[in-house]
Ligand binder design. Structure first.
Ligand code: CP3
Length: 363
């Protein structure tokens, strides 16, 4: 069967477990994918990245971005593909000048320091400055040939703002907290622009073929409960309200992931998202008891568990599956990105164990 969307012919989805689980519809086994599943733990990724040169050149070449997106799917029976890109594409498109210092992570040439800097930036056009991302989405969707769904993503406004104000990664977040507490109106103006940018960026990814979207709030967990609601959750809620929730005749589920957000699960679920991502610092049984009647859960094995021997990895998978228990509504994942020095075979053990050990919970 062939579904048509505009002028693009699209084959029907062969494996839709991931989408079904996010909507808490019955599945045969628990779907699984891994945050950062395309990356430096795979030798084939390193080879393609060497061809591209630097990381952003890899993101900007639709064919190479597609190639690295598909690499983990050739090795492991994963239930979803995730767009190969980065959360920092939006600030880069806003003119902040993203670059990567070897061994030091992302940096910006022109960080945000004052009101004039915020006034200067605009909402990027997803089919303009960010068209390379949409081209990657279209290419990947075509090359997936309906095997598994494609996940699009963005950073949360708060997480993007941390990089934009700190000028790169941070441990103490002093600059952005100073702005939040000393000049909150400047930060709110920035967060509002970011929320508009993320909404149009994700809607464009959906229009280009993303079948689900995820918002990474990597740094929401460094805030106090009240500040989390004011500076992070409020803006994710605004984005959820503005997203296209149905396309090509199917629901487009949205997942919110706040690292270290276990204290605030009820508030996250109340945004109207379909799935809530969990890191490993919360027991999935507790998370299910608290919000499992409202949303699906994604997670939540400690990524460092992939350093363990296969038997230990399988034992951990079994614990987490038992914690979630019977029925649909669980997308298995790591609680954060896979580490770059994990043996790829251990990732294979993990994925296979999720499928094999979860069948008993879906009778
Ligand atoms: O999950 C996937 O496979 C899709 C690709 C993806 C990347 N970044 C590729 C990438 C996704 C979803 C991201 C999101 C991202 N980027 C987040 C949120 C998720 C999280 O991990 O919390 C954040 C905070 C970033 C910012 C960023 N980009 C960092 C901290 C780094 C690492 C810098 C380094 O040198 O390790 C990047 C670069 C980056 N993004 C890499 C990859 C594969 C490594 C670049 C390389 O090949 O050298």
């Amino acid at each position: 069967m062939v579904e048509t969307s505009g002028s693009v012919e699209r084959p029907a989805l062969k494996n839709d477990r991931y989408l079904r689980a996010l909507l808490r519809q019955p599945v045969d086994v628990t779907p699984v994918w891994m945050m950062r599943q395309a990356g430096r733990y795979l030798p084939e990724y390193k080879a393609t990245r060497a061809v591209a040169g630097d990381f952003m050149s890899l993101c900007k070449d639709a064919d190479l971005a597609c190639e690295v997106t598909l690499q983990p799917l050739r090795r492991f029976p994963l239930d979803a593909a995730i767009l190969f890109s980065d959360i920092l594409t939006i600030p880069d498109a806003m003119g902040l000048g993203l670059y990567f210092e070897t061994g030091e992570g992302p940096r910006f040439k022109n960080p945000i320091t004052c009101k004039a800097d915020v006034d200067r930036i605009g909402v990027p056009d997803p089919e303009g400055e960010l068209q390379y991302v949409m081209n990657a989405v279209r290419t990947i969707r075509r090359e997936l040939k309906g095997e598994v769904p494609l996940i699009g993503f963005s950073g949360s406004p708060w997480t993007l703002a941390t990089y934009m104000v700190e000028g790169g990664g941070s441990k103490a977040f002093t600059k952005i907290k100073k702005m939040a507490f000393a000049e909150p109106q400047i930060l709110h103006a920035l967060l509002a622009k970011l929320a508009d940018s993320v909404t149009s960026y994700l809607n464009a990814q959906i229009a280009a073929g993303a079948q689900s979207v995820m918002i990474f709030d990597t740094w929401g967990g460094v805030l106090s409960p009240r500040d989390y609601k004011e500076f992070s959750l409020q803006y994710m809620h605004r984005i959820v309200d503005g997203l296209t929730r149905e396309n090509e005749g199917r629901k487009v589920p949205v997942t919110l992931f706040t690292k270290n957000g276990g204290m605030w699960l009820e508030a996250i679920a109340a945004t109207g998202c379909d799935g809530v991502g969990l890191d490993w610092t919360i027991d999935i049984a507790e998370a299910k008891a608290r919000i499992g009647d409202k949303v699906a859960l994604q997670g939540n094995m400690d990524p460092s568990m992939l350093y363990a021997q296969p038997a230990r990895i399988e034992q951990e998978v079994a614990h987490i599956l038992a914690g979630f228990g019977e029925g649909s509504g669980h997308v298995f994942n790591l609680g954060h990105g896979i580490h770059l020095d994990v043996p790829p075979e251990h990732a294979g053990v993990f994925v296979e164990a999720v499928h094999r050990l979860s069948a008993q919970y879906h009778k």
